[in-house]
Design a protein around this ligand. Structure first.
Ligand code: UD1
Ligand code: UDP
Length: 353
């Protein structure tokens, strides 16, 4: 079986690493990196730490508005798909790279398999929501992390090829947690004590591109009275510079960290504040309480089980959520048992023509 995998953004490197490892034991994988993320700390570090093979193709699309970025991906991908003639095109998550890969494949009548299918925020102003919906509707195999995603798909009339496999990010967490503990020196470097700091990430377009909203979030962090470690996404770094924000003394603004350092920071944080999708789930797997800086989440199971609070971006609500003692239900495997990658590869095999 020949699989062509499309990746491009940070969370996709983590997800694809888990599946790729199993896939390559018996099959051929052609890896296409769109170049959506390209900074060393947004791309290369993940290939190195997660042992992802060099991409066979790097489209070097880089940053641009949605249309130009997605359009360039379409133009550059088509001849590669035509040449490689894979049995499946495998796409992950909900970025512009996901949609571009799915669209090119479906136009060329190559079956599409979507990992992390069926997630919905029900907010169509999010670029990711458009990418998810469209990708799901052109996919032949839809790999859902949990049952809720199956129900979301059913509401849109998508029932064929839908499978609950669990979450591949959990596979990655299980595989790399011990290594993170052994190799990461981030706590020492930043002079942090376990459970005596908060970890924050903010990169969602709706939080960053609106300067007033971003400033409100950052000023709220300054008021928390606890150390806040904040690895800053490049999109956010640029916005912070433009806004001229001066962080409070309790805030440690740092460059994006590698995957192993991130896992170790997440595990040892007292609490995580984030608008990231992947980080909400990782918080859950580490049993670290999470405050989500958005008005809704796709990962509703983490909220229902009491491990995550959707606080939005208003100051009072964030401050209240950080003070609140979460009383979570017992910790169960909401997103599978860490064997999602195995299940995905077996299903691809069983459906290959
Ligand atoms: C993208 C995804 C988002 C995902 C996130 C993961 C879309 C629409 N959004 O958002 O779903 O959660 O990746 O991190 O696909 N930049 C750099 N260096 C880089 C990459 C980006 O400086 O290596 C800067 C550029 O100024 C760029 C901006 O960040 O314009 C935004 O990058 P982009 O890939 O368009 O969106 P993300 O916010 O990263
Ligand atoms: N991550 C990382 N370093 C950072 C921030 C995030 O390694 O400085 C990892 C994080 O642990 C998770 C993934 O990147 O595995 C999530 O990516 P991101 O938050 O950019 O995207 P999202 O999940 O929101 O699409």
């Amino acid at each position: 079986m020949k699989i062509l995998t499309v990746v491009g953004a940070r969370p996709q490197f983590v997800k694809a690493a888990a599946v790729s490892r199993i896939l390559r034991e018996t099959h051929t994988e052609v890896l296409v990196h769109t170049g959506q993320h390209y900074d060393e700390r947004m791309s290369e570090v993940f290939f190195r730490e997660l042992g992802i093979p060099e991409p066979d193709y790097n489209l070097e699309v880089g940053s641009a508005g949605h249309s130009v970025q997605t359009g360039e991906m379409l133009i550059r991908m088509e001849p590669i798909f035509e040449k490689e003639k894979p049995d499946w095109v495998l796409v992950y998550g909900d970025t512009n790279s996901t949609l571009a890969g799915a669209l090119v494949a479906s136009k060329l009548h190559i079956p599409v398999a979507h990992v992390e299918a069926g997630l919905r925020s029900f907010n169509r102003e999010m670029p990711e929501e458009i990418n998810r919906v469209l990708t799901d509707h052109v996919s032949q195999l839809l790999f859902c992390p949990a049952q809720k995603a199956v129900e979301n798909l059913k509401l849109e009339g998508v029932t064929s090829g839908v499978h609950v496999v669990g979450d591949v990010m959990y596979d990655a967490v299980l595989r790399h947690s011990d290594e993170a503990e052994k190799k990461s020196s981030i706590l020492t470097l930043l002079d942090l004590k376990p459970k005596q700091y908060l970890l924050a990430t903010v990169h969602r377009a709706s939080n960053v591109d609106d300067t007033a909203k971003l400033l409100n979030i950052l000023e709220t962090f300054s008021m928390l009275g606890e150390t806040v470690v904040f690895p800053v996404h490049p999109r956010t770094r640029k916005a912070i510079q433009i806004a001229g924000f001066k962080p409070g003394e309790n805030i440690k603004l740092i460059e994006p960290v590698g995957y192993l350092d991130m896992l170790w920071l997440e595990k040892n944080a007292r609490m995580i504040l984030t608008d990231s999708g992947g980080v909400q789930k990782e918080a859950y797997w580490f049993g670290t309480p999470c405050v989500t800086l958005r008005d809704e989440t796709e990962w509703v199971e983490t909220v229902e089980s009491g491990w995550n609070v959707v606080a939005g971006t208003e100051r009072e609500r964030i401050l209240k959520a950080v003070q609140k003692k979460l009383l979570p239900a017992a910790h169960s495997n909401l997103f599978g048992a860490g064997d999602a990658s195995q299940k995905i590869v077996r299903l691809l095999e069983s459906k290959a023509g």
